[in-house]
Design a protein around this ligand. Structure first.
Ligand code: SF4
Length: 410
């Protein structure tokens, strides 16, 4: 049985480092253009060169997204971009458009082509056709039932298949959606989605301007477009058993905390399964970790339709059970027996005396206490007035690794 890779989102260099350190085998990232997540930060050409080098030095993979639906005006810059990618040799280019496919084959012949979820591949004939055209991997539509995925696997045995296992999903077919463009002029198919599907709507009659009627499913309102988030954690083993090659996690715009925890949880789940397939049971303590990072209510009902509905009609809010406080940019320098000093990238206000929960890249969990706060120019503080880098003195019984996450559990 093959071991599927864990493929994590890397919206920027920081998230790439977290994903690799906590368990991802591969990441997907975008350059400044063509990558469908214009707000994610993304990578300059120089950063892409560095990211490919980091990945290959530690034996990991990196795939570059170029999965917009391009207009005529995108073609010449895309040709130039693909030639550049061919020179730096990432492990794949992810495209969704036929024209982009032809450019990738011509301008980046040394880089495998992956067909994006945006191409909505729902059947084995489509998979075979992409294969004939030179694709090496298909990212299947998130809307496919498990039995259809199994059939595609059986009928296309020598094609790499990737599925999404975690993260936000669209109310319409994986991003082929005009809600955002219609409401805000921001084109979801060019990476600028405003997530209008999560908003709360009211009704206005044409001749009564300013008089709003509530559209209510219950007293909290109506969220008729609002999809739950995908979480296939409890059914992961079924996808391993049918031979899926890659498990993808959505979320390039989410935090380093999210990138780290999701990579760690899914990697550990796959490792636990491979160690003992016949007795495997999903580990609830890992699932608990998924509940601590940003998410909406979970579903995997597209894969298993009998499990219920995929929409949340009550709320589109984040229900994470922990608050991300920051992370160690440097390893903890031991000051005395249980006292460490480290540069911390603070993401939420911290005060002297705060007790925080820790998660390390080696998956240790314990509590620490903040015993001192200094700015980088050595001025002492009682609390962190703004987010950013501070030198924290931390009381801890355990060593503190670089990229250790600090958080407050609910
Ligand atoms: S508005 Fe919602 S459904 Fe449409 S592309 Fe954006 S996230 Fe997907």
């Amino acid at each position: 049985m093959k071991i599927p890779e864990i493929l994590s989102p890397a919206g920027n260099m920081e998230k790439l480092l977290f994903a690799y350190s906590y368990g991802a085998d591969a990441v997907y990232a975008a350059g400044r253009n063509f990558g469908l997540r214009e707000s994610a930060g993304n990578f300059s050409d120089g950063e892409l060169i560095k990211a490919v080098s980091i990945a290959h030095n530690i034996g990991k993979k990196i795939y570059i997204t170029a999965n917009i639906f391009p207009y005529n005006s995108d073609i010449a810059p895309m040709e130039e971009y693909f030639s550049f990618l061919n020179s730096i040799k990432p492990d794949g280019i992810i495209i969704s458009d036929l024209g982009a496919m032809s450019l990738a084959v011509e301008k980046a012949p040394d880089v495998p082509v992956h067909i994006s979820v945006q191409a909505n591949n729902l059947n084995y004939a489509a998979v075979r056709q992409w294969q004939k055209m030179g694709a090496s991997r298909i990212i299947l539509a998130r809307e496919l039932p498990f039995e259809d995925i199994r059939t595609i696997r059986e009928k296309c045995p020598d094609m790499e298949l990737e599925i999404f296992v975690h993260g936000a999903i669209c109310v319409s077919y994986s991003g082929r959606c005009l809600i955002s463009q219609y409401m805000t002029g921001r084109d979801a198919n060019h990476g600028e989605c405003s997530q209008g599907c999560r908003w709360k709507y009211r009704l206005e009659e044409e001749k009564r301007p300013g008089e709003f009627f509530t559209v209510e499913e219950d007293k909290r309102g109506a969220y008729f477009f609002n999809s739950k988030d995908l979480c296939a954690f409890f059914d992961l083993h079924k996808f391993i058993e049918i031979g899926i090659d890659s498990f993808k996690i959505e979320g390039r715009m989410k935090s380093p905390h999210y990138a780290a925890v999701t990579a760690g949880v899914y990697k550990k789940a796959v490792t636990q399964y491979m160690a003992n397939p016949s007795d495997y049971k999903p580990d609830n303590s890992l699932y608990e970790e998924l509940l601590k990072v940003s998410h909406r209510e979970f579903t995997d009902s597209f894969y298993f339709p009998d499990k219920g509905i995929t929409q949340n009609f009550v709320s589109s809010g984040n229900t994470a059970r922990s608050k991300y406080a920051g992370y160690l940019k440097t390893p903890g320098k031991q000051l005395r027996e249980d006292r460490y000093s480290a540069v911390v990238d603070v993401k939420n206000t911290m005060r002297i005396g705060d007790v925080l929960r820790v998660l390390t890249p080696s998956w240790k969990k314990f509590s620490v206490q903040v015993t001192g706060i200094k700015s980088l120019d050595n001025v002492e503080h009682v609390y962190t007035k703004q987010y950013g880098e501070f030198i924290l003195e931390i009381s801890s019984k355990e060593k503190l690794e670089e990229l250790t996450i600090l958080r407050v559990d609910a």
